[in-house]
Ligand binder design. Structure first.
Ligand code: PLP
Length: 393
């Protein structure tokens, strides 16, 4: 049994490419070419060099001494927060922009919720000199003004999505509509392990640099490549997919996925997809999805904008259904307290998304010598105002 995608684009019963006919040529061209192009030595050389010199990889695997004493296990933090632009998202946008160039595309579109993926996309478009259009819900444009300003400074055009709840899913719909209308020159950079095949697999492969580094770094520090646990937060699931990737088929590694419970899993204000979701189709993929009885997508809620997505990628739906991963949900309150605790105990202010992963330590039990890796997906600078308001700092 493997937990990777099969040749039809499925993880178990999840995945596939449920797309309108107009989009088929684009997605099919990508499917036929992504493995071939990304395997070329020239591609790999350019990707590796940019990850090293532009993104700042490898990111450290930091042995957190104070946390280790508290939780009575060996706690390591994988420092994706130290990547250029402040989170793991740039690993993926670097990979996809190199692919877009090789496919001869000149115009890049993207969707963004909190603006983190929009900033990572605008960054690589500036680097490569390509036109960049980012779709963003009108509500999010108002909520995330600093990231809108960043995208503009980087030369991107931010287009408001005015339909529906005017948030991430509506921005995604607008981006898909744009791609249908501009099939020849345009490439769509999706920001997580979601969307039609081959996106989930492609994004997971670009992010898998996280777990290949963890293996090398653990070998050096612990004399073995595999941890006992790897823990990551799941919005769409890209940082988690990258952190799990090389451990998926290693049954000795326990995989922990942390979702946002918002105000509580059953409060009606939550984004805990595995607990609340049912099988459905969103953005071209069959997966677990929060929906009403008649199949309308439910508006998710989390204090952390990056976890505020009504579905999870098909890989994660399969990890859940097959019980390969254990899913935990963490409330706003527990995540915020964990973010403050990590700041005080280790001098690291995490993104609120990452604070959810870190909060899982409080609800788990470890044996003394066990090795635990927490993927710290991003830094907390973007969340400072939320921390200030929450804690009245
Ligand atoms: C976007 C984001 C996430 C959630 O996205 P995934 O695709 O689930 O990784 C998590 N952490 C940070 C810091 C983010 O910016």
């Amino acid at each position: 049994m493997t937990y990777h995608v099969n040749e039809k684009g499925y993880y178990g019963e999840f995945g596939g490419a449920y797309i309108p006919e107009m989009l088929y040529p684009n997605v099919e061209k990508l499917r036929q070419n992504y493995l071939k192009i990304t395997a070329e030595p020239e591609f790999q050389k350019e990707f590796d060099e940019l990850l090293k010199d532009y993104v700042g990889r490898p990111t450290p695997l930091y042995y957190a001494k104070n946390l280790s004493e508290k939780y009575k296990a060996k706690i390591y933090l994988k420092r994706e927060d130290l990547c250029h632009t402040g989170a793991h998202k740039i690993n993926n946008t670097i990979g996809q922009i190199l692919l877009a160039k090789r496919l001869g595309k000149t115009r890049i579109i993207a969707e963004t919720g909190a603006g983190q993926h929009g900033v990572a996309t605008a960054t690589v478009c500036a680097l490569m000199g390509l036109q960049c259009i980012v779709y963003m819900g009108e509500v999010d444009i108002k909520r995330q003004a600093p990231n809108v300003a960043r995208m503009k400074m980087l030369g991107a055009e931010v287009r408001p999505a005015l339909s529906g709840s005017r948030t991430l899913k509506d921005a995604t719909n607008e981006a898909i509509r744009d791609w249908i209308n501009n099939p020849v020159d345009t490439y769509y950079i999706i920001g997580s392990v979601v969307g039609p095949h081959p996106y989930p697999d492609m994004v997971a492969r670009f992010q898998s640099v996280i777990s290949s580094e963890i293996k090398m770094q653990l070998l050096e520090k612990e004399g073995k490549e595999s941890p006992d646990y790897v823990i990551a937060c799941v919005g769409g699931g890209s940082n988690a997919a990258g952190a799990y990737y090389h451990f998926l088929d290693d049954a000795d590694v326990k995989i922990i996925a942390v979702e946002a419970a918002g105000l509580g899993v059953h409060s009606g204000e939550s984004a805990a997809t595995s607990a609340l979701g049912k099988i459905g189709i969103i953005h071209g993929s069959k997966t677990l999805l929060m929906q009403t009885d008649d199949g309308q997508i439910t508006e998710p809620y989390s204090i952390s904008a990056g976890l505020d997505y009504p579905g999870v990628g098909p890989m994660h739906a399969h990890l859940f259904a097959s019980k390969r991963a254990q899913f935990i949900s963490i409330t706003d309150e527990d995540a915020m307290n964990a973010g403050l605790a990590l700041s005080k105990m280790e001098g690291i202010i995490p993104a609120i998304e990452s604070a959810h992963a870190f909060a899982a330590l409080d609800v788990m039990k470890f044996n003394e010598e066990e090795v635990v890796v927490v993927n710290l997906s991003g830094r907390g600078d973007k969340d400072l105002q939320t921390y200030i308001d929450y804690f009245k700092l």
